[in-house]
Design a protein around this ligand. Structure first.
Ligand SMILES: Nc1nc2c(ncn2[C@@H]2O[C@H](COP(=O)(O)OP(=O)(O)OP(=O)(O)O)[C@@H](O)[C@H]2O)c(=O)[nH]1
Ligand SMILES: [Mg+2]
Length: 425
């Protein structure tokens, strides 16, 4: 039998991972839809207090109290959340202690319904916390959370592979091979580590910073690559001052392009600030593109830039014009004014960022925690300690996917003192 009285605020909470329920014994409220305004929001109530909340808040059109037994059929009700007018909602109650409220997706409506649930004794659980309970496998939980952030289908496919077990089984295989003293383990572990940069970028675009002398055509290039006029273009050198970014997709990978102020000893203090910002952005970039104006003479200062950014991808721009004097280092010869030059630039970008894309089903670590664990395991192995390496990997993916390794999320206490509900009829 389900308890029907509200918990005392200081009552000890039961262990959330003791039972089969996602948060056994706990009363929680979670917004399952995206944290922004939408047409419909889904609010999930879970716990022994669901029945009491229903009795308190579910009303018919005429305002009568409604019985909503568990079952597959959704019910259209008016949800009396304590406001001037009850809110129309569709209720779905798949189990005794589970209730989904599908209501208007306006931010205020959602917040007021959540607050009403808090008054009824339900603690707020973020969707990320809810996933950790819901998914007993921490890698699957992390994959689902990351999937909510991805921008491209290709990134989503890789995360879905990890959700379905690619990373989990690779970790288990490598750990077993390490324990056996199998030499193949080292290779597997190195391969996994080599996937880390890609994995961390699946839900966070690569950052590519476009640098070069003033007037080289940097802003024209970001516009050409983005496919729209993102940045101001002007014949006067020193036009761009702040960082201007555009997120694009190239070959299925999310890439943030950042246009910058032309690099020169600027006299104007605002331009100086822009140059400093450009250099800071380049320090944190995954790749720098250096753009030079091919119609102008090649200068010693350009060589200095090459030495400063030796890994940069070089573009010699304005190739539709006559070439300026001077021998140039190898690079791509392009024109920001020629649409046909865009695909080869994107190809070159992608080859630099993802030189070896993973085949379908390949294991890819995709969170900072996973990356750290793989790197630590590699460290242990290099220090001739394969058993410690295996143990580190096993901690990342416990053999039985029960989540005792998960820290129990801190639950917010109910916002207000919960009023008593009537005892069951
Ligand atoms: N003919 C030709 N002109 C170009 C090309 N790319 C840019 N331009 C012109 O060069 C001038 C400067 O272009 P921008 O894109 O503003 O150059 P920038 O490097 O962003 O300049 P700053 O922001 O001042 O550093 C503009 O008049 C552009 O139209 C090109 O490939 N061919
Ligand atoms: Mg510019």
């Amino acid at each position: 039998m389900q308890p029907d009285t509200l918990p005392k605020p200081d009552a000890p909470r039961p262990d959330p991972i003791a039972g089969e329920n996602t948060v056994a014994g706990e009363n929680t409220v979670t917004v399952l839809t995206a944290p922004s305004a939408g047409a419909i929001a889904v609010i999930r109530l879970e716990g022994p207090l669901v029945e009491a909340a229903l009795r308190r808040r579910a009303r018919s059109r005429s305002g009568k109290s409604l019985d909503v037994p568990p079952g597959p059929r959704p019910r259209l009700v008016r949800w009396d959340f304590g406001g001037p007018e009850p809110e129309e909602a569709v209720l779905y109650r798949p189990g005794e202690t589970l209730l989904e409220i599908h209501c208007h997706g306006g931010l205020r409506v959602v917040e007021r319904l959540v607050q009403a649930a808090a008054v009824d004794g339900f603690a707020r659980l973020s969707w990320q916390q809810w996933l950790q309970y819901e998914e007993r496998d921490p890698i699957a939980a992390a994959a689902r959370a990351a999937l909510a952030q991805v921008r491209t289908r290709r990134a989503a496919e890789i995360l879905l592979d990890q959700y379905h077990g690619a990373l989990r089984s690779a970790l288990a295989d490598i750990a077993a091979a390490l324990s056996r003293g199998d030499a193949a383990a080292a290779q597997g572990l190195r391969r996994l580590a080599s996937r880390i940069p890609l994995g961390l970028h699946l839900s966070r675009p690569w950052r590519v910073v476009i640098l070069g002398p003033p007037n080289a055509g940097k802003s024209s290039l970001i516009n050409a690559l983005a496919g729209y006029d993102r940045a101001l273009v002007h014949p006067v050198p020193g036009t761009t001052r702040d960082l201007v970014s555009a997120v694009i997709v190239a070959d299925g990978w999310p890439i943030e392009l950042i246009d910058t102020a032309g690099l020169r000893q600027a006299a104007h203090p605002v331009e100086q600030l822009g140059v400093r910002k450009a250099e800071d952005a380049a320090r944190n970039a995954d790749l720098v593109i250096l753009v030079f104006d091919r119609s102008r003479p090649w200068r010693a200062g350009h060589d200095a830039l090459l030495r400063r950014y030796p890994q940069a991808l070089l573009l010699h721009n304005k190739c539709d014009l006559a070439a300026g004097p001077g021998e140039r280092p190898p690079g791509l010869y392009v024109s920001a004014h020629r649409p046909d030059d865009v695909p080869p630039i994107l190809d070159a970008l992608v080859r630099r960022l993802v030189p070896d894309p993973p085949p379908p089903g390949e294991a890819v670590p995709f969170t900072e925690d996973q990356a750290a664990a793989v790197k630590e395991a590699l460290d242990f192995l290099e220090r001739q300690n394969p058993q410690a390496a295996a143990a580190r990997l096993r901690r990342l993916a416990p053999a039985t996917p029960a989540p005792p390794a998960l820290a129990r999320p801190a639950l917010e206490p109910p916002a207000l003192e919960p009023p008593a509900l009537e005892p069951p009829a």
